[in-house]
Design a protein around this ligand. Structure first.
Ligand code: NDP
Ligand SMILES: N[C@@H](CCC(=O)N[C@@H](CSC=O)C(=O)NCC(=O)O)C(=O)O
Ligand code: ZN
Ligand code: ZN
Length: 381
């Protein structure tokens, strides 16, 4: 048992006090875990565009003040009553997509979306409808059930998985969201899968590059990367793209028309990794008539809607989406960590920036420069 078990811990965290405001490094109090909860000492966290989406105020579920962050890695400090799946000292990754194994969703075998804690998670609360964070006497909301921008966080036991301690938490924290999402979006594609097929990936950030890389890994025959940022061409090629297209250079021709032209009728699989609803439409319409499948990964802001001519679907294209790549975190993340240790899954190559906790706002700025694939924050600095 750790010396801090059962006690409130005072530590540093980045608090977002209101929509659109920068994060403020504050001293926060983190209450001990209650039954079926786990307190984790967070050592590293990535910054994902979804953190920025919520910080900016575009997320309809955004609730403030809040401690953001959902791509973390740390060590279990203490556990509440009834916790059996992780133990003090385990290296752990918090999961924004819980896996209880017992709910209708988990038992369906059809989805990774678990129903056990989603409702309270979406309201910034722990499953008992209270919070574990306070700052300056005020309650602070949790985010995505993880809040990894705090040196200590409390999560539900269904929202955490222990992983091999041989893997550096500085790297495998990124399996908490981006890399896993991209991997799953390709590997868990229903039907015969992506092997031997043609693929177009719209948006070459961490998610798009992960999709490109996994498509190469599973043997896609042609992988066309599409991005408006010319700087992304070398990145896309490094991760396995066979072609790069910048839609801004098409002199008015629609990207979907261009792709259909150069692929003899369209792609077998396309992926939106931008969160832009117009790009989502282009990605769907770039699919081959009769069988093309387009997957939405990007998160679009509140009020945004997708549209296309229904004829696009009538004529055999499929529009689908995926959260956390369809991956069941508690069951599958330990295997992905092993794949990383065995060199089958790339992680190191995604890390372009490193920041200290006190520089978290700079990390958000890095993301906007278009040069940052992933920034990893050392929570101890
Ligand atoms: N479904 C899920 O479970 C998850 C979803 N996400 C979402 O996935 C999306 C991508 O994340 P991430 O890779 O980190 O984001 P990035 O912003 O790093 O990558 C997006 C890329 O798309 C480019 N882009 C912007 N507009 C266009 C356009 N019109 N056509 C082609 N490319 C364009 C951007 O260029 P530039 O840099 O110049 O803007 C950038 O290179 C986000 O919306 C994020 O919230 C993330 C994790 C999990
Ligand atoms: N709160 C947003 C929804 C944001 C969203 O779609 N989140 C993804 C993960 S994005 C990770 O970086 C997700 O898992 N969605 C499934 C879910 O249950 O939230 C909104 O309301 O628009
Ligand atoms: Zn994310
Ligand atoms: Zn469940």
């Amino acid at each position: 048992m750790s010396a801090t078990a059962g006690k409130t811990i005072t530590c540093k965290a980045a608090v977002c006090w209101g929509a659109g405001e920068p994060l403020k490094i504050e001293e926060v109090e983190v209450a001990p875990p209650k039954a079926h909860e786990v307190r984790i000492h967070i050592l590293y966290t990535g910054i994902c565009h979804t953190d920025e989406y919520t910080r900016s105020g575009k997320d309809p579920e955004g609730i403030f003040p809040v401690i953001l962050g959902h791509e973390g890695g740390g060590i279990v400090e203490s556990v509440g009553e009834g916790v059996t799946s992780v133990a003090v000292g385990d290296h752990a990754i918090p999961l924004y997509t819980a896996e209880c194994g017992e709910c209708k969703f988990c038992k369906s075998g059809k989805t990774n979306l678990c129903g056990k804690v989603r409702a309270t998670q979406g309201r910034g609360l722990m499953p008992d409808e209270t919070v574990r964070f306070t700052c300056k006497g005020k309650p602070i909301y949790h985010f995505m059930g993880t809040s990894t921008f705090s040196q200590y966080t409390v999560v539900a036991d269904v929202s955490v998985v222990a992983v091999n301690p041989k893997a550096s938490l500085e790297k495998v924290c990124l399996l908490g969201c981006g890399i896993t999402t991209a991997w799953g979006a390709v590997v868990k594609q229903p039907g015969p899968g992506v092997a031997g097929c043609t693929v177009a990936v719209f948006g070459c950030g961490a998610i798009g590059l992960g999709v490109i890389n996994t498509s190469k890994l599973v043997g896609a025959s042609r992988i066309i990367a599409v991005d408006t940022n010319p700087g992304k061409e070398s990145w896309a090629k490094k991760f396995g793209a066979t072609d790069f297209v910048n839609p801004s250079n098409l002199q008015g021709e629609k990207i979907q028309d261009y792709l259909i032209k150069i692929t003899d009728g369209g792609l077998d699989f396309t992926f939106d990794c931008t969160g832009n609803v117009h790009v989502m439409r282009a990605a769907l319409e770039a699919c081959h008539k009769g069988w093309g499948v387009s997957t939405i990964i990007g998160v679009a802001a509140a009020g945004q809607e997708i549209s296309t001519r229904p004829f696009q679907l009538v004529t055999g294209r499929t529009w689908r989406g995926t959260a956390f790549g369809g991956v069941k975190g508690r069951t599958e993340l330990p295997g992905l960590v092993e794949d990383y240790l065995n060199g089958k899954v790339k992680i190191d190559e995604f890390v372009t920036h490193r920041r200290a906790l006190g520089e978290l706002n700079d990390g958000f700025h890095d993301m906007h420069t278009g040069e940052c694939i992933r920034c990893v924050v050392n929570m101890q600095d």
